[in-house]
Design a protein around this ligand. Structure first.
Ligand code: CA
Length: 511
């Protein structure tokens, strides 16, 4: 077995043996705006990339992401397994499915059970234990709000009812020694943060710009944000282009100007979009924030380069889920299997190690933690609790064996019953689905556990998912997708598997 040897020199510099070459362990920057859909990347309309997409990209201006993509591995079919803020973050951090990491629903005070298990081993726990300086900037939203406001102990951090925002005390930071974060708060030009010492900051400026400034301070180590002799892991969790997207209070005017004069026929290029929906004006502000994120992400990359750190830094640009933006007739931006919600950007640059290309790997959210740890040379430190796959060998094309997923699981949970105090207890596992190389299928159930709706799309011939293939008339296809779904449910030890839900509603599955 070709075990790598890890050298831990007295200087503290973590070295990693790669073949005959000994190099420093890579730094990692993991940038993920919220609700940034895969279709809002301008490069997909370029000839080099459009052949892999099969759909038109939004008319967005993203020059920095386009240039970054030209140097990166781009996943065309990465998904957010449970496309909601909190469940995504729980899975990204732990590599575990929601039922094990604790984050089953979007975190807020009326859902006290949905919170990141303090005992769960996070990617940052492993990296910190192996010499990394870890920093978290931006939106966390992975914990139920607690009455632990550092300025006013015994109270929530605001008097909003129900409370969504949260302060995360040091003992719940999972190895992140630099902290500049908050729970959830959606005022893009008036954000706030709690720092490493629990001091609150209200910078009164566009959050994406402010968080990039803080990330640049971290890179420069201006105020001792990190150990200069250690590799770093920096998470930058921007909130835009998350809603609200209704006025110039929600984005920068210079970015809005790019879209201001475009009419709906120019803004909405997807034939499945309904511009009669009340949400239609949102596209201009949404795209403005896409461009705002692009500009600031570009500034971060420029700083990395000017510090001479770009060669040995893995940079990931991704998102927690997408945004339907008037497609599929829904006002709900996320929490659905439609590709606008489920499909996320995943662009990873690792100079000289990962070759530039587009790949259709069906990366799910639980795969991220083990894959990133392996890319950092810590394959042997991937905790047994991680349930996703290590896809680093596919990324690196290094000939090591790797079990490439042939399908991706989809999860949608809704609130369980409420107790006498109005607190949500448990979950209602409303829908499960699967995406294969060609098809997307979702099965939703009623609370009585009968089929409520089945969606089946042929993504090859119907990339905008406009024709639901009737499952009753296509039994063979339905049966094969159910069998694939059951396999994924078993692999995830999902409640649908443990309680035999799929076998109950589609009895053929169990035979
Ligand atoms: Ca989100």
């Amino acid at each position: 077995m070709n075990r790598k040897k890890y050298l831990l020199p007295v200087s503290g510099l973590a070295l990693i043996a790669c073949g005959n070459e000994v190099r420093e362990r890579p730094n990692i920057i993991y940038a993920f705006p919220d609700q940034f859909r895969c279709q809002s990347l301008g490069f997909w309309n370029d000839e080099e990339y459009s052949q892999y997409a099969g759909w038109k990209a939004d008319p967005v201006t993203t020059p920095n992401l386009d240039g970054f993509a030209d140097e990166s591995l781009i996943l065309s079919r990465a998904v957010s397994t449970c496309p909601l803020s909190s469940p995504y973050r729980g899975m990204f951090l732990t590599g575990m499915y929601p039922e094990r990491n604790g984050v089953t629903l979007n975190c807020m005070a009326l859902r006290p059970e949905s919170t990141l298990n303090p005992e769960a081993v996070c990617i940052s726990d492993v990296l910190a234990e192996n010499g990394y300086s870890c920093g978290y900037i931006g939106k966390l939203h992975a914990e139920t709000p607690m009455k632990n406001d550092p300025a006013n102990p015994g109270h929530y951090v605001s008097d909003r009812t129900p409370e969504w925002d949260a302060y995360t005390p040091p003992e719940r930071r999972h190895g992140f020694s630099y902290w500049y974060s908050y729970g959830t708060f959606d005022v893009h030009k008036n954000p706030h943060y709690w720092d490493t010492d629990g001091v609150r900051h209200d910078p009164h400026e566009y959050s994406v710009k402010h968080e990039t400034d803080k990330a640049i301070e971290f890179l420069r180590n201006e105020n001792g944000e990190r150990n200069p002799d250690a590799p770093f892991f920096l998470v930058v969790a921007y909130n835009p282009p998350h809603s609200p997207y209704e006025s110039l209070d929600d984005c920068m005017e210079e970015d809005y100007a790019l879209y201001r004069d475009m009419d709906y026929s120019e803004l909405y290029v997807r034939p499945n979009a309904d511009t009669t929906l009340s949400k239609a004006p949102a596209a201009r502000y949404y795209f403005a924030n896409v461009t705002g994120v692009d500009r600031e992400f570009g500034r971060l990359l420029d700083e990395l380069e000017s510090l001479g750190l770009e060669k040995n830094t893995i940079v990931v640009f991704t998102s927690d889920h997408g945004e339907t933006m008037c497609s599929q007739g829904t006002l709900d931006p996320k929490n659905s299997i439609y590709s606008e919600s489920f499909n996320v950007p995943f662009i990873i640059r690792y100079p000289d190690r990962i070759r530039h290309r587009v790949d259709s790997i069906l990366l799910g959210t639980t795969d991220i933690m083990p894959t990133m740890l392996a890319l950092a040379g810590l394959e042997e430190k991937i905790p047994a609790s991680a349930e996703g796959r290590n896809l680093a060998p596919v990324f690196l094309e290094n000939g090591k064996k790797c079990d490439v997923p042939d399908a991706a699981l989809y999860i949608r949970n809704l609130d369980g019953e409420k107790d006498a105090d109005g607190m949500v207890r448990g979950i209602f596992p409303e829908a499960r689905g699967v995406k294969t190389e060609r098809y997307t299928m979702e099965i939703a159930i009623t609370r009585d556990r009968e089929i409520r709706r089945v969606l089946i799309f042929d993504d090859w011939n119907d990339p905008y998912q406009m024709n639901n293939i009737p499952y009753r008339e296509n039994q063979e296809l339905f049966a094969s997708l159910c069998s694939k779904l059951q396999e994924k449910l078993e692999e995830a030890d999902d409640i649908w598997y443990r309680e035999g839900i799929l076998e109950h509603i589609v009895p053929e599955t169990g035979k």
